[in-house]
Design a protein around this ligand. Structure first.
Ligand SMILES: [Zn+2]
Length: 185
């Protein structure tokens, strides 16, 4: 049985993490997409565990400890990006892995990035490396996905749009499924 941990980055009350006009809260996007990803992966026969809670902020170390304790097969953290605090032109989708990431993490990240760019038709910022706690502290393949910028007017509108959330979730689930079954069929 394959178990995937889906992490809706941040919590409902995490400070900052909003569009410049305050209308979009990052957690609302992250958690809505997480719920959809879970549905699609369960349909593929996988077990999905959330690291976050809807009503409570869970610390990063609690999230990664849970992933390590459950020995999940992969960890995917879902986010919406921001550049500064005001509206600007930074835009597109990017996926992060830890600088010393395993080959398996890099494979998952590259499938994720390709899948999202194909499904969402946004600018391709590529797979990048970053020393993020959820990537560093997890002992299994782990990726962090940035699905568009809350500080970009067009992308902020997309991030609030149900159809865009479905596209992101399908792309994320597709990449995880392709990764799980790689070489097995
Ligand atoms: Zn975030």
């Amino acid at each position: 049985m394959t178990t995937i941990m889906i992490d809706a980055g941040h919590g409902p009350e995490t400070a900052g993490k909003r569009s410049p006009d305050g209308v979009l809260r990052e957690f609302s996007f992250n958690s809505a997409v997480a719920i959809l990803v879970k549905r699609y992966l369960v349909e593929e026969g996988m077990t999905v565990v959330f690291s976050h809670k809807e009503q409570e902020d869970i610390t990063l170390s609690e999230r990664t400890k849970l992933a390590n304790r459950l020995k999940v097969d992969a960890f995917a953290s879902i986010h919406a990006n921001a550049f500064g605090n005001d509206w600007n032109n930074a835009n597109g989708i990017e996926t992060f892995v830890y600088p010393a990431a395993s080959k398996e993490s890099v494979t998952l990240a590259s499938l994720m990035q390709k899948s999202l760019i194909t499904a969402c038709n946004r600018a391709d910022r590529g797979v990048k490396k970053a020393d993020f706690a959820v990537l560093r502290e997890t002992r299994m393949p782990a990726v962090l996905i940035e699905c568009g910028f809350m500080t970009h007017r067009e992308e902020a509108a997309l991030l609030m749009n149900k159809a865009y959330r479905v596209q992101c979730a399908k792309a994320i689930a597709f990449a995880i499924t392709a990764w799980v079954y790689r070489g097995k069929r």
